[in-house]
Design a protein around this ligand. Structure first.
Ligand code: ADP
Ligand code: MG
Length: 458
């Protein structure tokens, strides 16, 4: 007899949920599903290698027990990465993958796999999926105008606003639109950080001419988050030259930043005035009606049904930005899916309240314990004077988080970690701080540790 995978996994999850902390449950069990069974083996689809290893080492027995108690014939579990994509198309259309739960973990967003390598554009960011409300209509209109008059109407276009308000979405929508209308257009999306990394890399490899050549040939160059250019004068200078030669050839340039140019400290004057010479628009926070419209659009996009009063409640309470709005909605859709029924308004209220709690105070001891658990090492190993690889990274991560999140002083951290000098701690801190910008896996690890620590990402 064929097993009902959805029901079986739903029942098993219900059992598992009772026995693990909420943070763990959300971190490790979201986006999992049973995709097959054969000869007493259950094939479980998981979103990535990290979850696969974690579930296997930490929860395998537990999962097996939960399933076995429902289906006694099952004797083992195999973990497959992202198998449901192929196996279960219909399911995919019905429910939103919890790309960004309340646990806003962008790093786990799998739609990012579709990124167009050449232009570096993600096809999910389009004008069609961009909801226009009174808060962003000016930015939207400017963006649209650029697609109709590349290099002439507004050059450069400078879009600024706080995090999660749709800057990247809009920038990429412009790129995607121009690409569909003109296949030959030479388009490139990058962030100021990637640009800087590229630059440093070419400097080391003596390939600066090729670097310049590459950037100067674009018809449309999009540079996201240029606030990270602050203080990097050498890079700004290089960028300025590229900018000028593009500009002279009527190449379109688009920037985003969290602040208007005049408030960007450490931005070279020439670059600032160039930015100010184009079109500047800001995206402020959305007002209630727009928040509700965005929620409605996202529900529809996901082919989901959620009661209006619930959407109104979310729109009323989640005010900060669109990313959080999306995150709350995704969590609720995810909960409905896991529970196999719709949450009531009261449950939604409870859920949102829990998730918007201020960051929990965490002690040094708790942090150390979680990191040791996470990396599967003994707590006391963390304090030993050793250069063993299995210990060095967790120790650096611990130092980083103690400083970054708990604001512990460098000397105090040094003293706790076996009387180390505070410069060692500073070194560890910087090492991790810089690595997470480049190393997606490390970044994901830290996100997950934070989730375990605080019950949400920070
Ligand atoms: P920013 O770059 O300003 O930090 P993003 O562009 O990354 O913000 O937006 C955060 C999330 O919110 C993305 O998932 C994006 O698709 C979504 N989003 C932002 N603005 C809108 C909008 N107007 N309509 C629909 N979705 C939006
Ligand atoms: Mg962005």
């Amino acid at each position: 007899m064929k097993l009902d995978y959805k029901k079986l996994w739903g029942d098993a999850l219900a059992e598992i949920e009772l026995n693990v902390s909420r943070a763990n449950f959300i971190t490790w069990f979201k986006n999992t599903s049973i995709v097959n069974d054969k000869n007493g083996i259950i094939y479980l689809s998981v979103p990535n290698i990290f979850v696969k290893e974690w579930l296997f080492t930490k929860y395998n027995k537990f999962i097996l027990k939960a399933i076995h108690s429902i289906e006694p014939n099952i004797r083992s579990i195999e973990y497959l990465i992202n198998a449901q994509k192929q196996e279960d198309e219909s399911e995919k259309n019905k429910v939103a993958p919890m790309e960004r739960g309340s646990i806003n973990n962008e790093q786990l967003g799998f739609s990012d796999f579709n990124i167009d390598k050449e232009a570096n554009l993600n096809p999910k960011y389009t004008f069609d999926s961009f909801v226009v409300g009174s808060f962003n209509e000016v930015a939207y209109a400017a963006a649209l105008a650029v697609t109709k008059n590349i290099g002439t109407a507004y050059n450069p276009l400078f879009i600024y606003g706080g995090v999660g308000l749709g800057k990247t979405h809009l920038l990429q929508a412009i790129g995607n639109r121009i690409k569909t209308e003109n296949k030959k257009a030479n388009i490139f999306y990058t962030t100021s950080e990637k640009f800087a990394n590229d630059f440093v890399f070419s400097m080391r490899n003596n390939s600066i001419p090729a670097f310049k050549e590459k950037y100067r040939k674009y018809d449309l160059l999009i540079v996201d988050d240029i606030q990270f250019f602050s203080g990097k004068l050498k890079i700004q200078e290089e960028f300025f030259h590229i900018f000028n030669s593009l500009y002279e050839r009527n190449g379109q340039i688009i920037f985003s930043s969290d602040k208007p140019p005049k408030h960007l400290s450490g931005l070279e004057e020439r670059l600032r005035s160039r930015c100010e010479g184009g079109m500047m628009v800001d995206i402020p926070k959305p007002e209630y009606e727009s928040r509700l419209a965005i929620l409605e659009a996202k529900v529809q996009e996901n082919n989901f049904l959620i009661e209006k009063e619930i959407l109104e409640y979310i729109a009323l309470t989640v005010q900060e930005n669109i990313r959080e709005l999306e995150g709350s909605l995704n969590s609720i859709m995810g909960q409905n899916k896991i529970k196999g029924r719709d949450l009531s308004l009261a449950e939604v209220k409870e859920f949102i309240k829990k998730n918007s709690e201020p960051i929990k105070r965490v002690t040094m001891g708790q942090l150390i314990k979680i990191i040791a658990d996470f990396y599967n090492i003994n707590e006391k190993n963390l304090f030993e004077k050793t250069r063993r690889k299995e210990v060095v990274k967790p120790r650096q991560v611990a130092m980083y988080l103690l400083r970054q999140d708990l604001n512990t002083s460098y000397p105090y951290i040094g003293q706790k970690f076996g009387q180390r000098d505070h410069t060692t701690v500073i070194h560890a801190y910087k090492k991790i701080r810089d690595s997470i910008k480049k190393d997606d896996k490390l970044n994901e690890e830290i996100e997950n540790i934070r989730l375990l620590l605080y019950g949400k990402s920070v």
